[in-house]
Design a protein around this ligand. Structure first.
Ligand code: SF4
Length: 170
């Protein structure tokens, strides 16, 4: 099975799916399914749990559709915390689909743009909104290289990046 996971900064990929609906339910805060549905492409797909679960509710798993959770990574709860929380540093993506399906070609660029820190900074600069890069997270990707940064160094490393923006104050 092919699948995707995002580590903290959310751009590292590839994981194994587990056929364990109870685990999925308990981990729901760390799962993002921007679209649903997939295509059986190999013998390994024969017992695909996505198909099995969809069949049980009379749904055709071969139809790929964008889900209502597409913007989940941007949503916050009443405590102003992001609803989507990494579990052990990972957010599991496309548990009921495949991130690289052809049908998702037109949706994928927006997915790449969503937690991406430099894009967020660019938007802040464009609209003159102050931007503060507080801390890196454990898995920080810069110039194509992945760094594993210890928690107590994450804020100082973020400061070293020197990418804060004051909103264009004189
Ligand atoms: S149909 Fe898609 S989700 Fe199901 S096993 Fe095959 S690749 Fe994985």
């Amino acid at each position: 099975m092919r699948n995707v996971f995002w580590k903290n900064i959310r751009n590292n990929m590839n994981m194994q799916k587990t056929d364990n609906s109870k685990k999925q339910k308990s981990d729901s805060g760390s799962i993002w399914n921007p679209w649903h549905g997939c295509h059986k492409i190999s013998p390994g797909c024969q017992n695909c749990y996505v198909y099995r679960r969809d069949e049980s509710i009379g749904k055709d798993a071969s139809i790929v559709t964008k889900t209502g959770d597409f913007y989940l990574p941007l949503k916050k709860n009443r405590q102003k915390e992001y609803k989507l929380q990494p579990q052990n540093g990972s957010v599991f993506t496309c548990m009921t689909s495949d991130f690289f399906l052809e049908e998702a070609d037109e949706w994928r660029p927006e997915c790449w743009r969503i937690q991406w820190i430099l894009d967020t900074r660019d938007q802040c600069i464009k609209y003159h909104v102050p931007f503060h890069f507080k801390q890196t997270g454990t898995f920080f990707v810069m110039n194509g290289k992945t760094y594993h940064i210890k928690r107590w160094l994450q804020q100082s490393q973020a400061a070293k990046a020197g990418i804060d923006y004051d909103g264009g104050k004189e």
